[in-house]
Design a protein around this ligand. Sequence first.
Ligand code: AMP
Length: 509
Amino acid sequence: MNSPGPGTIIGIDLGTTNSCAAVAFGDGQVKLIPYKGGDSIIPSIFAIDDKGNELIGHEAKRQWQLNPRNTLYATKRLIGRAPKDDVVESVQRSVQYQVHAGTENDVAVDCHGRAFHVHEVSAKILHKIRDVASDHLGFKVSRAVVTVPAYFTDRQRQAVKEAGRLVDLDVVRIINEPTAAALAYGLGKQLTERVLVYDLGGGTFDVSIIEIRDRVFEVKATGGDIFLGGIDFDNAMIRHVLDGFQAKHGIDLSTDPVAMQRIKDLAERTKIDLSARTEAPFSIPFITMTSQGQPLNLDVKFDRKLLEKLTHPLVDRTLKIVGSVMVDAGVTAADIDEVMLVGGQTRMPIVQERLTRFFGKPPSKGVHPDEAVAIGAALYGWSLQENSDLKLQLLDVIPMAIGLEQAGGTMHVVFPRNAAIPNAKAIAATSSEDGQTELVVRIFQGDQAETSGNELLGEFTFSGVSPGQAGEARLEIVFDVSIEGILTMSARDLDSGRQMRTTVRVTSS
Ligand code: AMP
């Protein structure tokens, strides 16, 4: 009974630009799930066309140029974000759809006159992936392991789980993308190795240092930037093209959504071309018109050197993060046995060259950069299945500190960055006023000393404090971070032994 059947847990790589699903067979084989018999990649794009039809994946991508305002892409960068976040502002600058504050202290995006919470868009994509998988496998898929960037906060992880709930897909486990890639690389090889996963995808950058001891995968440290990916490489090219056009013709193309969409498409294609060739033309006929009605063409010569120059600061940023993660893990370049490349953007030759210089050896070709994450997720899904004979242990870490706000708005760190998970800690608390029956704590995630620089995870109210004088109550607050990096809070009155009722509110910080 080795073939997948109802109840099988598939693996889903829900990417910023592309998504991919895989399934493991009981004998250790893993297969990517093809879409309509071919490509296994589903673009993470949702659109609504003029007639009001909802389009997802390739269908949405195909009409992107003609319908840029109602085509939602790269929304993963906004998931689980507070609207005040400066990321929201920068995303708005680089996309043609409208981004604004949602009703749940989250971000909403507009499509065809309707506002969607960002996790609703992820839900649409998950739904599509589930349908494709169900069609292919011949039964209704209902459970999945879904991967997220290691650098996702608790709130972003919760939002992905919520997206699954919306479409009745049980997200049995969230795991980190680099950890999943390491599983795909190392499982079944009886390795004892320390690997560094360099994951530069469409929208996010992650790096994790992972020790593999046969079936134990232990993350020692992780870091990243959820605002650094292939899209930023495209944007660097786009800026160059726009500036050149403005200098030559005095026309700012950035205000023209259709022209922008054409430029964006070509920028990505040229960037990909320049991984295989050293020169590529960048020409778009009739991009706009002069005030006299004369058509204007866009014509720029791009070569690999120029692309490298424009994107040099981006690669620098990734290497800086690699350096600090190595410091956190207490290792040097010589201690890394293998550097693994994950994510489409790592195909850029200069990325590989600079890593080779940094580590003194070329990165490993041990995994497929586009497929490893989904494959690792599927393997993990298989290990979680009730009838599974695969035993493996994942030991991960939290990417940023979790703590509570103390008087004066400073952060009292409960779990430092890179604390191992699962993990639980109890801290003592008391009442600060006479007759107090409730205790309110604000929990934050981030590495800044002031909570204002960190992300508010929630305001927790614990009710049922026995009224007494200030400082009399003896309370215990328990922080529990699951293997998924998701926090649960509880509190107990130590005198009565009673568990206190907890309510959570996510307000704006
Ligand atoms: P992923 O999220 O891993 O699918 O990565 C997608 C990103 O990789 C996109 O920004 C692509 O433009 C980029 N990409 C894919 N193939 C290449 C390539 N051959 N050279 C450079 N970038 C690429």
